[in-house]
Write a protein that binds this ligand. Structure first.
Ligand SMILES: Cc1ncc(C[n+]2csc(CCOP(=O)(O)OP(=O)(O)O)c2C)c(N)n1
Ligand SMILES: [Mg+2]
Length: 698
C-alpha cells in the first residue's frame, strides 16, 4: 500500500485507501453541516464498505454510467445519500441527458455537494433516479431499494438467458449490490423480496446489511431483536459476516465469497458504528439524522488525522486513485462490451436489434399487428377477458414484454398462453410468465427494478390490493417508469366478496398520483385501444382498471370509435344535431349503464350525450378546444356515473352537477342486488339527468 502525506501541515500519514475513505466521510459530514440537515452517521460508518466495493469490485464506468452491463449499486438506506454523492463525485461520474446521452460535465460537481439538499442541487435529500446520473433508483422509503434490486437481478437473469449466445456467454453478467440498514431489514417489503430472491436463487444479488443497532428512536433493542442471519438462511440465502466495517480485507473476502457463490443470493452482515470517529455521537441515534455540529466535526476530523479546519477537502491523489481503480477497470470493461456488441450485431442481428430498441424504450416494428377487433355484442365479455386477448396478441410481438401476477393470474387473466412463453423459475430464467407470489408490495418494487434495466414489465392483481403496493407504485411514478399495472375486479362488480374486496377510494388514489396514467376502459375495443396507449408510454406508469364481470361490446358502427380512448374522453353517443341539454359521463362498466339511460332519454325526446371517460389524465392533457368540444361549458346539466367514491368528479360535473358514486365500503351480495342498493340502475341515471336539466334551465 502506498502512503501519502495528507497535507503539508499535517504530521499524519495514511494509506491512499484510508485517505479515500476519510474523504468520503468528511465530505458527508461537511455537506450535512452546511445544509444544517441530513444524515452524516451512516456515510461515516459505511465509507470503508462502499469504498471497497466500488474501488475493488464494482464493474462500473464513471464516464458511461448507463452502460447496460454495469454492476448496479443501490443505496437502499436512501437517507445516507451523501455516501453515494461522495462516491459519484470522487469517481468522476459524468452527467447523462434525459435521452441517455453522456455529457461531458460531472454528474456531481463539488458545488452540488456544497449545495446538498438545496433547491435544484444534483444532491437532493434522498437519491433520485433521472435527476442525478449514477443514481440507479430512487430510494428513501426504506425497503424499496432492496426489493427494487431483486427486480434488477431478475431482469439480468432474463436478459442473460435470452441474449447471451454462443461466443457471447457474458454479454449480460452484471451483479446487483444493495446497501441497507436496520430500517430496510424491518420493513415487510424486504422480507417479501428476499423470500422471492431466495426462491429464485438469484446468485447475482448481494445485499449488504449495516448492522449498527441504531435507528431513529435509539437502539434496535427497542423493536428489533430477531436473528437476521438465521432468517436469511431460512430464505435460502448465503449469509456471511464482517465484524468490523473498517476491516478492508474481511470486506474484500466477503465480496469474493459473493462472487464465487453461484446458486443463491448473498447477504453480508457488517457490524458498524454509526457516526464512526465522532467522540460524543458515535453509536448513538444522534449521529443518524442531524448535523454533528462544528465542534464534533472538528474532533472527528482530528480522529481521522484530517486537517480540522478544512471543509470539503479532497486531498491530492484521491481523484486519481479512483480514476485508476474503479475508473480504469470500468472503462476497459465497458469499451470491451461495446466492441463485442458490434460483433454480436454481426452474428445475431435480430437479437441485437431487440436489445437496441429495448434499451431505448422503443417498441419493435409491427408491435401492434394482429390486435383483436371485437364485434358488437350486447352480452359482451369482461374487460379482464378482452385484456387477456389483447395482451397475448401484443406480447407475441414484443419479446421483452414480461410479467405476471401476485398469485392471481387465473383471475386477472394476465397469463401469456402462447407457445414458448414459459414460466420464469429458478430452472428457467427465459420464461415470460412471472409468479410474484402473494407479495404485492414486492411485485411493485420488482417491476420498478425490471423497468430500470429496461425490459417492459407488467404486474397484476386485484384492484383493491393496490393499497398493499402503493409505496412501490408511487416510486414507479416518481421515477417515470413505463410499467403496466393490470388491476382487475375494479368495483362492487366483484359482488359476493364484499367490502374487503370492493375498491371504492382506489380510483381516487390513483388519480391523485402525479404522473400516473389510469385507464378504465368500458368495453373490449376500448381495452385494445387502452393497451395501445400504455404500450407507447415512455415515461409514465399506467394502471388498467378492468372488470371481473361481463360488459357489452358497444356497436361501433352506430357509436363513436374506441380510438377516442387516446384522448382520455370522447363523445360516444350524441344528441341529435350535437346539441345536448344534458351530459352523462361514465367510465368502465358504468358506460353501458349510461348508454341504457341515454336510449331511454332519447326515446322520451331528451337531448342527451354520453361521454366515455376512461382516463382523466389523458383527457386533462388535451387542448382546451377539444375538452370544450366534449364537455361544452354552456351545458351545465351533467351526471357522472362510477361505482366508486365520487371524490373529484365535480371537476367535470361542476359544483352543481350530479355524481352517482359510492360513499361506503360496499356490501356482500350478488351484483344485481348491489346495483339496486347503490343506485346503479337506469331509472336513477334517467332521474338524475332530468333533475339536472330542470336545475339548469335558463
Ligand atoms: C418506509 C419508511 N419509514 C420511515 C422512514 C423514516 N426513517 C428514515 S431513516 C429511519 C431509521 C433508519 O434506521 P436504519 O435503517 O438503521 O438507518 P441508520 O440510522 O442506521 O443509518 C427512519 C425510520 C423512511 N425513510 N421510510
Ligand atoms: Mg441502523
Amino acid at each position: 500500500m502506498s502512503t501519502v502525506i495528507l497535507s503539508p501541515d499535517s504530521s499524519v500519514q495514511q494509506s491512499i485507501d484510508q485517505l479515500s475513505i476519510n474523504t468520503i466521510r468528511t465530505l458527508s459530514m461537511d455537506a450535512v453541516q452546511a445544509a444544517n440537515s441530513g444524515h452524516p452517521g451512516t456515510p461515516m460508518a459505511m465509507a470503508p464498505v462502499a469504498y471497497t466495493l466500488w474501488q475493488e469490485f464494482l464493474r462500473f464506468d464513471p464516464t458511461d454510467p448507463v452502460w447496460p452491463n454495469r454492476d448496479r449499486f443501490v443505496l437502499s438506506a436512501g437517507h445516507a445519500s451523501m455516501l453515494l454523492y461522495s462516491l459519484l463525485h470522487l469517481t468522476g461520474v459524468r452527467a447523462v441527458s434525459k435521452d441517455y446521452e453522456t455529457l461531458g460535465e460531472p454528474s456531481v460537481p463539488l458545488d452540488a455537494i456544497k449545495a446538498f439538499r438545496q433547491l435544484d442541487s444534483r444532491c437532493p435529500g434522498h437519491p433520485e433516479y433521472r435527476w442525478t446520473s449514477g443514481v440507479e433508483t430512487t430510494t428513501g422509503p426504506l425497503g424499496q431499494g432492496l426489493a427494487t434490486s431483486v427486480g434488477m437481478a431478475i431482469a439480468r437473469q432474463w436478459l442473460a438467458t435470452r441474449y447471451n449466445q454462443p461466443g457471447f456467454e457474458d454479454l449480460f453478467d452484471f451483479n446487483v449490490y444493495a446497501l441497507c440498514g436496520d430500517g430496510c431489514m424491518m420493513e415487510g417489503i424486504s422480507s417479501e423480496a428476499a423470500s422471492l430472491a431466495g426462491h429464485l436463487r438469484l446468485s447475482n444479488l448481494c445485499w449488504i446489511y449495516d448492522n449498527n443497532h441504531i435507528t431513529i428512536e435509539g437502539n434496535t433493542a427497542l423493536a428489533f431483536t430477531e436473528d437476521v442471519a438465521t432468517r436469511f438462511i431460512g430464505y435460502g440465502w448465503n449469509v456471511t459476516r464482517v465484524s468490523d466495517a473498517n476491516d478492508l480485507e474481511m470486506l474484500a473476502k466477503a465480496f469474493r465469497t459473493f462472487e464465487s457463490t453461484t446458486d443463491r443470493p448473498t447477504l453480508i452482515i457488517v457490524d458498524s458504528h454509526i457516526g464512526y470517529g465522532a467522540p460524543h455521537k458515535q453509536d448513538t441515534s444522534g449521529a443518524h439524522g442531524e448535523p454533528l455540529g462544528e465542534d464534533e466535526i472538528r474532533l472527528a476530523k482530528r480522529n481521522y488525522g484530517w486537517p480540522e479546519d478544512e471543509k470539503f477537502f479532497v486531498p491530492d491523489g484521491v481523484y486519481e486513485h479512483f480514476r485508476d481503480g474503479v475508473g480504469a477497470r470500468g472503462k476497459q470493461l465497458r469499451d470491451r462490451w461495446f466492441d463485442r456488441i458490434a460483433a454480436y450485431r454481426q452474428c445475431y442481428p435480430e437479437l441485437a436489434e431487440e436489445l437496441y430498441r429495448m434499451q431505448h424504450r422503443q417498441l419493435p416494428e409491427g408491435w401492434d399487428r394482429d390486435l383483436p377487433e371485437f364485434p358488437a355484442d350486447p352480452k359482451g365479455l369482461a374487460t379482464r377477458e378482452s385484456s387477456a386477448k389483447v395482451l397475448n396478441a401484443v406480447a407475441k410481438n414484443i419479446p421483452w414484454l414480461i410479467g405476471g401476477a401476485a398469485d392471481l393470474a387465473p383471475s386477472t387473466k394476465t397469463r401469456l398462453t402462447f407457445e414458448g412463453a414459459g414460466d420464469f423459475e429458478a430452472e428457467n430464467y427465459a420464461g415470460r410468465n412471472f409468479h410474484f407470489g402473494i407479495r404485492e408490495h414486492a411485485m411493485g418494487a420488482i417491476c420498478n427494478g425490471m423497468s430500470l434495466v429496461k425490459v417492459r414489465p407488467f404486474g397484476s392483481g386485484f384492484f383493491i390490493f393496490v393499497d398493499y403496493m402503493r409505496g412501490a407504485l408511487r416510486l414507479s411514478a416518481l421515477m417515470e417508469l413505463p410499467i403496466i399495472y393490470v388491476f382487475t375486479h375494479d368495483s362492487i362488480g366483484v359482488g359476493e366478496d364484499g367490502p374487503t374486496h370492493q375498491p371504492i377510494e382506489q380510483l381516487a388514489h390513483m388519480r391523485a398520483m402525479p404522473g400516473l396514467i389510469l385507464i378504465r376502459p368500458c368495453d373490449a375495443n376500448e381495452v385494445r385501444e387502452a393497451w395501445k396507449v400504455v404500450l407507447q408510454l415512455h415515461h409514465a406508469p399506467a394502471v388498467l382498471a378492468l372488470t371481473r364481470q361481463a360488459v357489452p361490446t358497444i356497436d361501433r358502427s352506430k357509436y363513436a370509435p374506441a380510438s377516442g380512448v387516446a384522448r382520455g374522453a370522447y363523445v360516444l353517443a350524441d344528441a341529435p344535431g350535437g346539441d345536448p341539454e344534458v351530459i352523462l359521463i361514465g367510465t368502465g362498466s358504468e358506460v353501458a349503464l349510461c348508454m341504457e339511460a341515454y336510449e331511454q332519454l332519447v326515446r322520451e325526446g331528451v337531448r342527451a350525450r354520453v361521454v366515455s371517460m376512461p382516463s382523466w389524465e389523458l383527457f386533462d392533457d388535451q387542448d382546451e378546444q377539444y375538452r370544450d368540444s366534449v364537455l361544452p361549458p354552456r351545458v351545465k346539466a351533467r351526471v357522472s356515473v362510477e361505482q366508486a367514491s365520487d371524490f373529484g368528479w365535480s371537476k367535470y360535473t361542476g359544483s352543481e352537477g350530479y355524481n352517482i358514486g359510492i360513499s361506503t365500503f360496499g356490501a356482500s351480495a350478488p351484483l344485481k342486488h348491489l346495483l339496486k342498493k347503490f343506485g346503479f340502475d337506469s331509472e336513477h341515471v334517467v332521474a338524475a339527468a332530468k333533475s339536472q336539466i330542470a336545475r339548469h334551465k335558463p
